[in-house]
Ligand binder design. Structure first.
Ligand code: GDP
Length: 425
């Protein structure tokens, strides 16, 4: 059976924690899209970890962690990450890397930086990890697949030269930066080959066999629905699909095997990068929520930059859950809201005087004003509570109100960052 864990919003919903928790009863955890541009924060018996590339199942002995073909594979980052967990006494995880995954090259990272620099105040707020240039090259058919590292030298070198020729035109005339040297790029590829060789695997064949043996596979998504290049807030999106449906492609499994889609929704909103954010709040109100948010504040796991903050957005979340094909909602970080007398919730958008609960395309979204309803707070700490009935009445009312607005069942409530801070309904 395959389960997917994905985000309903802009990312940072707490997918890492939910994956880590569900991994307890899974055999295989697969990253199927994205790269090292976002991070998951996980708190478990070994400590607190920020993962960027490794699947969130690496902390268990019984699981295999898989980097699927859809991932933007940054080999040095993967290696640093393995080192960073092993050096903190986590046993060496079992890792497989798809022979069809493509690699982020050092020049992808440079192009990302140069382009953001060139765009100046119009930049996308990229984490400058090379993700957009990487996926552009993948679809322009000038990327490097892991399998190509095993090609004979002359053929691979010829491809490297062709790519350098093209890249160097931009480097010279658009960015005015140092040019690429084919021999250096070839050496970089050979270095990656040495690092990755022990893990390379025909992942889709491996997963096909695992499914025949009735293994449980978790697909771990990165970012959330609103960052999807097709269904998100284009162009302020990421460069690979963030949807559960893409899991079939990015892991290489049959779409009909995905039986459960757990969409993670945070009890308030946060976002990184540019783009419309209708329920955004500012000033002291935002600072306080940011300070109290998540586990130790809402700051990027990759960049450390402060996240933009807002109240729960029912319109965006209803859409985000629908587009994922949600079977279950995991409602996270609810404990953080315990300080509020009243909790504002965005229940609809006002677009040029028209009230709607349908999430619009980008131009309309930019004009949307939030319609806010306030719910009474519960004014206490709910961490440590294990049963739904033991939550304060106002807290249950908040959950049930949101469940009704978004129209998908909240089957899990997360009331703390730890693996076992979870209430099943
Ligand atoms: P992801 O990218 O979706 O995995 O999300 P992040 O890891 O960037 O952000 C979620 C943050 O919230 C992390 O710091 C988690 O440790 C933390 N977190 C997850 N669930 C809860 C929860 O229920 N309560 C609290 N207080 N923190 C949580």
């Amino acid at each position: 059976m395959v389960k997917a864990v994905v985000g309903a919003n802009w990312g940072d919903e707490g997918k890492g924690k939910i994956t880590d928790m569900l991994a307890e009863t899974a055999d295989i955890i697969v990253r199927y899209q994205g790269g090292a541009n976002a991070g998951h924060t996980i708190v478990n018996d070994y400590g607190k970890f920020a993962l960027h590339t490794l699947p969130s199942g690496v902390f268990y002995n019984h699981t295999t962690s898989v980097i699927g073909n859809g991932v933007a594979l940054n080999v040095p980052v993967l290696f640093k990450e393995i080192q960073s967990i092993v050096s903190r006494d986590v046993p060496m995880p079992k890792i497989l890397v798809s022979d069809r995954a493509q690699m982020v090259m050092s020049y992808h990272v440079l192009f990302d930086q140069y382009e953001e620099e060139r765009l100046g105040k119009n930049s996308f707020g990229s984490t400058k990890s090379g993700i957009a240039p990487f996926y552009s090259d993948k679809y322009a058919k000038i990327g490097f697949q892991v399998s190509e590292l095993y090609d004979e030298e002359a053929g691979l070198m010829a491809k490297v030269k062709r790519i350098c020729e093209q890249k160097n035109v931009l480097l010279e005339h658009l960015y005015h930066k140092p040019l690429l040297v084919p021999e250096d790029i070839y050496a970089e590829l050979m270095e990656y080959k040495e690092m990755i060789d022990p893990y390379v695997c025909d992942v889709s064949a491996y997963l096909y066999e695992a499914l025949k043996e009735n293994k449980t596979i978790l697909l771990e998504g990165q970012l959330g629905s609103l960052k999807d290049p097709d269904h998100g807030i284009y162009p302020m999106v990421t460069s690979s699909s963030t949807l559960a449906g893409y899991g079939a492609i990015g892991a290489g499994i049959p779409p009909y095997e995905i039986k459960q889609i757990v969409t993670v929704c945070k009890a308030y909103s946060s976002a990184v990068g540019a783009g419309a954010f209708v329920s955004e709040i500012f000033g002291e109100e935002a600072d306080e929520l940011r300070r109290r948010g998540g586990d130790g504040g809402e700051y990027g796991a990759t960049t450390g930059r402060p996240r933009r903050m807002g109240w729960f957005d029912c319109v965006a979340s209803k859409y985000g859950c629908r587009i994922q094909g949600t079977t279950d909602v995991a409602f996270t970080v609810l404990d953080v809201l315990g300080y509020l007398d009243e909790i504002p919730v965005c229940v609809a958008y006002d677009i040029d005087g028209e009230i709607t609960t349908d999430f619009p395309t980008t131009a309309k979204l930019e004009k949307a004003k939030p319609v806010i309803e306030k719910l009474p707070g519960w004014k206490c700490d709910i961490r440590g509570i294990k049963k739904y009935e033991d939550l304060p009445e106002n807290c249950r009312n908040y959950i049930e109100f949101i469940e009704k607005q978004i129209g998908f069942p909240i089957t899990m409530v997360s009331n703390g960052p730890g693996r076992h801070d979870i209430i099943f309904r």
